[in-house]
Design a protein around this ligand. Structure first.
Ligand SMILES: [Zn+2]
Length: 601
């Protein structure tokens, strides 16, 4: 690890290693001019209020005006936040960010009447507008998406009441955040040399659970979960409050269940959720086979819950320069077509990527940009295998954006969270496949397979366990049962026994782990990690085995943005998530990697 003091200042970074944000705005002055233009549009946006239902022309004009403002706003925001991420201490860019956030909120508030006004137009009248005004055809899917909400929209006085309630019903999750991130103190623990070291939410995994020393892992596990156990009643009260909130809004809006309400905004049928949970449950023997192998490779008589994250193959000394990583990623993407690779390499050459760490730069990695800009990528490249996979992942997002922006209008130029992780994890799958095909080095092969297996275990199995827990606790509240520390922990322990029990000594304290998962406050969010990786694994295996037809289907998906509902877009690409098939295909890939690892031993 490089220390902060050894890092170059932003001004010292070589231009070729930075992203080319000047292509959005050459100077801050031009950003300012853009900012004024959008600010000046606010009165025009407000002026359409009360007029959307007047005529088809009026409706079209309102949508077009709003989209013109949003498109420019997107560019202003992209520039400001990426500039700030280059050096988070830069006060000029801090100020731009604050101002653009304020303007964003102003535009949102000013245009908040759009959806309710469209819903106030009778369905037949809306259909007549669409038939009369050809330009409105562009908005057919947008309007259909709003239309779907009709059965769940309440009379306006009740809508006003629900809007008022939001702040009050937020209390449970705010209390959880305060306890979890501010008030709760973790005790110090010991490292492998016996030194007392601080335990934090941030270092728990990398420093302790991935530690080769089992004693270090065990101590951190008990210190972490033991702390949560001390607050179990408060944490049960906050989670119960959140679940009751989900159930309350679902009922208020006439949904049959909280899960249906949560999935409806993306038009995902509940059968997708159920099929994920039942298909993974039907494939637990594969997980048990993996756990047995883990126990064997770690040379442990008993595998504990704190032994699941430590690498089960030896670390390898693998240095890969950024130039070499770009070359390998490009080679690995060849199955997607030469023009895909050409576009990728053109992006490498056109400085889409901000490559290395510098003083004050935001940590981690992401793909960003917006309609009308390049699909920029922020990296903190470290010359490691993991960094190369991060490059493949983020460029997967960026190529999805690139082809969408090339082929869609602004209206459909984004994509939903439900499909967002497909293109990124598909690139990781192709890189895994390529690296395994192109190396004879046994320990390198084992390392790569271990990486793939861990991705499946933590993204597919673990997130589905979470998804099943979420479903269970919402069902209990819907059935009128109370959620207490005991009932939550017993439900969580039962699921861990079901998933791991065959091969792992399921340590009793794991029962409280639900308390440290912030995602349980996100209303049925985590299942999307599992469906995303399943879709990409299924698509990758179709691309590798089927070739051209599968590639064409997938390439259409990359170019389709949000022009249709997520499930439909993925179905055209070749995965139907309303059936168990893609989940099964992903789990079969997991088991295929297990075979490969076993044969290398
Ligand atoms: Zn991602």
């Amino acid at each position: 690890m490089t220390t902060t003091t050894a890092l170059p200042k932003r001004s010292e970074v070589k231009i070729d290693d930075t992203w080319n944000l000047e292509t959005i705005f050459p100077t801050v002055q031009e950003w300012e001019a853009g900012f004024s233009r959008v600010s000046e549009m606010l009165p025009a946006l407000a002026a359409f209020s009360g007029k959307l239902g007047e005529s088809g022309e009026s409706l079209l004009q309102a949508f077009t005006t709003r989209d013109t403002a949003l498109e420019q706003l997107g560019r202003l925001y992209a520039y400001a936040h990426m500039r700030l991420d280059e050096d988070t201490a830069n006060s000029t860019y801090q100020a731009l960010n604050e101002r653009i956030t304020t303007l964003y909120n102003e535009v949102s508030t000013t245009t908040a009447y759009f959806t309710p006004e469209v819903l106030a137009i009778p369905e037949e009248k809306l259909a007549a507008f669409l038939a009369e005004v050809p330009g409105l055809d562009l908005y057919r899917h947008v309007l259909d998406d709003i239309n779907r909400q009709r059965p769940h929209v309440l009379p306006s006085d009740m809508e006003a009441l629900l809007a008022l309630s939001a702040e009050a019903t937020d209390a449970a999750s705010r209390a959880y955040e305060m306890l979890n991130y501010a008030d709760m103190k973790l005790p110090p623990v010991h490292d492998e040399a016996g030194n007392e070291v601080p335990l934090t939410q941030g270092n728990y995994l990398a420093k302790f659970l991935e530690n080769q020393n089992q004693g270090v892992r065990r101590e951190a596990f008990y210190a972490m979960l033991g702390t949560y156990q001390n607050y179990s009643n408060t944490l049960a009260a906050t989670l119960a409050g959140q679940v009751k909130r989900d159930v309350f809004y679902a009922r208020a809006r006439h949904y049959p269940a909280a899960v249906a309400a949560a999935l409806d905004p993306n038009n995902i049928p509940v059968s997708v959720y159920d099929s994920l949970v039942s298909t993974v449950a039907g494939n637990l023997p594969k997980l048990h086979r993996y756990l047995a192998l883990r126990k064997r490779l770690l040379r442990l008589d008993t595998l504990h819950m704190y032994d699941l994250y430590v690498p089960m193959v030896p670390e390898i000394d693998y240095h890969v320069s950024f130039a070499e990583a770009k070359r390998q990623v490009a080679q690995a993407m060849l199955p997607l077509g030469k023009d895909y690779v050409d576009a990728l390499e053109q992006g490498f050459g056109a400085r889409w990527i901000d490559v290395y760490e510098n003083e004050g730069k935001r940590s981690g990695a992401y793909s960003s940009g917006t309609y009308g800009t390049a699909p920029f990528v922020l990296l903190n490249y470290q010359e490691s295998m993991d960094s190369m996979f991060t490059l493949a992942h983020e460029m997967g997002h960026s190529m999805h954006s690139y082809f969408t922006w090339q082929n869609q209008t602004f209206v459909y130029g984004n994509y939903t969270l439900f499909v967002a992780e497909v293109a990124s994890t598909l690139n990781e799958a192709l890189l895994t496949h390529y690296l395994l095909q192109n190396t004879e080095d046994r320990s390198l092969k084992m390392y790569i397979i271990n990486h793939a297996l861990e991705t499946f275990r933590t993204t597919l199995y673990r997130q589905t366990l979470f998804a099943e827990f979420e479903l269970e606790i919402h069902r209990r509240v819907e059935a009128g049962e109370a959620l207490t520390a005991e009932s939550l922990s017993s439900a969580y322990k039962t699921l861990n026994d079901k998933y791991y029990g065959a091969e792992v000594e399921v340590d009793d304290l794991i029962k409280i782990e639900w308390a440290r998962i912030p995602h349980f406050y996100y209303n049925f969010y985590v299942y999307q990690y599992a469906t995303g990786i399943s879709a990409s694994a299924a698509l990758a295996s179709q691309i590798v085995s089927e070739g051209q037809p599968a590639v064409e289907r997938y390439r259409r998906f990359l170019a389709s943005g949000s022009s249709d509902y997520s499930i439909a877009l993925l179905r055209y690409a070749g995965v139907d998530l309303s059936t168990p098939e893609p989940i099964q295909q992903a789990l079969d890939t997991f088991s295929h990697y297990l075979d490969q690892l076993e044969s290398l031993l």
